[in-house]
Design a protein around this ligand. Structure first.
Ligand SMILES: [Zn+2]
Length: 65
């Protein structure tokens, strides 16, 4: 079974509360659900103190119909 699953990837921006580093994490919607319990670790200092900024979706809406 391949290709039946459509995974929507989105870019999430985070800011580390420990060092102020802003970083992006690309992940699927299902993975994002888990972030409510466990935020991603900061790539700089490794602290799991990140908070989410605005989320930008990969799939852009068409500008015209
Ligand atoms: Zn950090």
């Amino acid at each position: 079974m391949m290709g039946a699953e459509v995974s929507i990837m989105a870019i999430y921006e985070f800011e580390c509360r420990a060092c102020g580093k802003q970083f992006e994490v690309t992940m699927g919607m299902t993975e994002h659900d888990r972030l409510k319990e466990q935020p991603p670790a900061c790539p700089d200092c490794g602290a799991r103190e990140s908070r989410q900024l605005v989320s930008t979706f990969n799939c852009k809406a068409p500008s015209k119909y």
